[in-house]
Design a protein around this ligand. Structure first.
Ligand code: AHR
Length: 502
């Protein structure tokens, strides 16, 4: 039987915040060095930024860019990353057992964002691992105060007369994780986050602040962590963070393809926890969700490699350079669908990361930059997923998975743009069966299929590599129709689909 759902413009989830299409640049491996910054590269501009990468970042359509970590931020000394680049200190980065040259720092990050374009917005993290309130305030003054104080004048003396205008700040990173330098209990972190937030708001009440939630739903402290942290910070922060990474384990591809089931339950559980704390505090305020790290990541392989071969403090080593397959891209698309389906509460999300490190863009030092399979779903969702998310209730065949039990084979959402056009995003989770799809369109006035783009391949392991960078690209589907208010399509097995209706 076909999978079905109904769309009506009056039945909506919420507006898509542009920040849903954020990304993440961490000082980790080759994300910064030889990723976005490589003086001497044939495409490098006067600031050493790779213009070939900049062009791809623009095409990808990223908005907020989180920086400088990640685990890196818990040892970050912001003062090391400002001033003349040649005079900056080299430091040990405990998080990734690497040496940080600080050749790329705060000013270069802001310059990078400006070159991406007006849609790019800074999202800066402060170090609450080895540091605290005072250093966060100093960084905020250096970055944002217009002039006439020691640190704002120092910024001007460093060549940045105009303040950076950073509105969105993360209060530390993954402080619930025992691997985090300066790891804390929920109570310890909640107090520190509250005091840092209070002070940062004293300096500028208009800042938007993200408190650290759990680094995975599977953490033993999950939910209790959020409840404790929010009890301390509820009136002082705007967002709580979520992080989630998915990988195929033990050859269990059906569960991997259903990863968004976990992501959606994670979101719903965090919303419930936020609202529980709000109810306890008799607050009218709602805390929104910043899903500021998400992706497919072959984490267990990375952990094994790190244990077997501990790094000896190299500079910009090849780390976490996952090369994504078609299967990975389909799961990735499904994660995007999960975020869109919760756009009413998830109003910031950052794809971790942007270049080379578990990234949609890969580069070779001195060589080319190219798009991974995951590049395409992100670029398409960022381009066509703007507007209002419609409420999609899927009626589809189900199949059993080891991790999540019975799961619908169709995962879908739809976004209505301001001009009334609608884009359906859909994943067929079946590895072997094409899926007939029927969508009843009510009250939309739409009459035509503008495009049905598909990412699928006879080889689900196909990927884009240095020698074959365009092995996988989206193609057009055939036979998709919109007649008498019904959209009919067939979704290829294991596929990501973008169906635009006009
Ligand atoms: O994105 C890679 C790492 O994953 C980040 O540094 C950390 O926050 C998370 O554990």
């Amino acid at each position: 039987r076909p999978a079905r759902f109904t769309l009506h413009p009056d039945y909506t989830v919420g507006d898509v915040d542009p920040r849903l299409f954020g990304s993440f640049v961490e000082h980790l491996g080759r994300c910064v060095y030889t990723g976005i910054h490589e003086p001497g590269h044939p495409s490098a501009d006067e600031e050493g930024l790779r213009t070939d990468v900049l062009a791809l970042v623009r095409e990808l359509g990223v908005t907020a860019v989180r920086y400088p970590g990640g685990n890196f931020v818990s040892g970050y000394k912001w003062e090391d990353s400002v001033g003349p680049a040649g005079e900056r200190p080299r430091r040990l980065d405990l998080a990734w057992r690497s040496t940080e040259s600080n050749r790329f720092g705060l000013s270069e990050y802001i310059a990078f964002l400006k070159k991406i374009g007006p849609q790019a917005e800074p999202m800066m993290a402060v170090n609450l691992g080895t540091r605290g309130v005072a250093e966060a305030l100093e960084l905020q003054e250096y970055a944002n105060h217009p002039a006439g104080t020691a640190l704002s004048d120092l910024r001007a003396a460093h060549g940045d007369k105009d303040p950076f205008g950073i509105r969105l700040w993360c209060l530390g990173n993954e402080m619930d994780g025992p691997w985090q330098t300066g790891h804390k209990t929920a109570g310890e972190y909640g107090r520190l986050a509250a005091e840092t937030a209070r002070a940062m708001r004293q300096l500028d009440p208009s800042v938007e602040l993200v408190a650290c939630g759990s680094s995975a739903q599977s953490m033993d402290t999950f939910a209790e962590w959020e409840a404790t942290v929010l009890a301390e910070t509820y009136d002082l922060v705007d967002y709580i963070s979520l992080h989630a990474y998915y990988e195929e384990l033990d050859g269990d591809r059906d569960s991997f393809l259903a990863s968004a089931v976990d992501m959606e339950s994670f979101i719903e559980n965090v919303v419930a926890t936020c609202d529980h704390v709000g109810a306890r505090l008799k607050s009218k305020k709602k805390i929104n969700l910043s899903f500021d790290e998400w992706n497919v990541w072959y984490l267990s392989r990375a952990q094994r490699e790190a244990e077997e071969n501990p790094l000896d403090w190299p500079e910009a080593p090849r780390l976490l350079e996952d090369n994504y397959s078609v299967t990975d891209a389909v799961v990735f698309g499904s994660l995007l669908i999960a975020l869109l389906r919760h756009a009413d509460r998830v109003t910031v999300a950052c794809l971790a990361q942007l270049v080379n490190v578990i990234a949609p863009i890969l580069t070779e030092p001195g060589g080319p930059a190219w798009r991974q399979t995951t590049f395409y779903p992100f670029a398409q969702a960022s381009r066509h997923g703007r507007g209002r998310v419609l409420d999609v209730r899927v009626d589809a065949p189900v199949h059993g998975t080891r991790k999540y039990g019975e799961v619908p084979l169709l995962h879908a959402t739809a976004v209505r743009a301001d001009d009334g056009t609608v884009t359906v995003f859909a994943v067929n989770r079946s590895q072997s069966e094409p899926m007939p799809l029927e969508v009843a369109l009510q009250g939309t006035g739409l009459t035509a299929v503008v495009e049905h783009s598909v990412l699928a391949d006879a080889d689900p392991e196909a990927r884009n590599t240095l020698t074959d960078p365009e092995r996988v690209t989206p193609h057009d589907a055939t036979g998709t129709t919109l007649r008498g208010g019904t959209l009919s399509a067939t979704l290829e097995p294991l596929s990501w689909n973008v169906i635009r209706l006009g």
